[in-house]
Structure formats: structure tokens, C-alpha cells
Design a protein around this ligand. Structure first.
Ligand SMILES: [Zn+2]
Length: 61
């Protein structure tokens, strides 16, 4: 599964410190960054880029 060119670097998960790979489409037209390590999920957004931005905008734990 190739990485797309849209990938801005994601900050580590605020809960467990794991760096998520990328945002995924969790529902039709709804994107978010999931953490596979602790099962948390970032803010929902309309597209992959925005989901990544919202994830990165969250305060550090
Ligand atoms: Zn995590």
C-alpha cells in the first residue's frame, strides 16, 4: 500500500506516543487519524489532509 504524496508528518499520539502512519477514511467522506497502538482516534475531517492537520493541532499530552 503506497503512501500518498499528501502525507504531512503526523505528530505522535498524545496518549501513547506512537506515531500514526496516516489518516484513513473511517466512513464515506469522513477522515481521521487512528492510533493503532491505543485505539484512540483523532478529530474527524472531510478529507485526509484536514484530518492530519487537526491531529497535529491537538495539544501535546
Ligand atoms: Zn496512541
Amino acid at each position: 500500500m503506497p503512501d500518498t504524496a499528501t502525507c504531512a508528518r503526523l505528530r505522535p499520539c498524545p496518549f501513547c506516543g506512537t506515531e500514526p502512519a496516516h489518516a484513513i477514511e473511517i466512513d464515506v467522506g469522513t477522515w481521521a487519524v487512528p492510533c493503532d497502538a491505543c485505539r484512540s482516534i483523532g478529530p474527524l475531517a472531510d478529507d485526509e489532509r484536514r484530518a492530519a492537520e487537526l491531529w497535529n493541532a491537538r495539544p501535546e499530552a
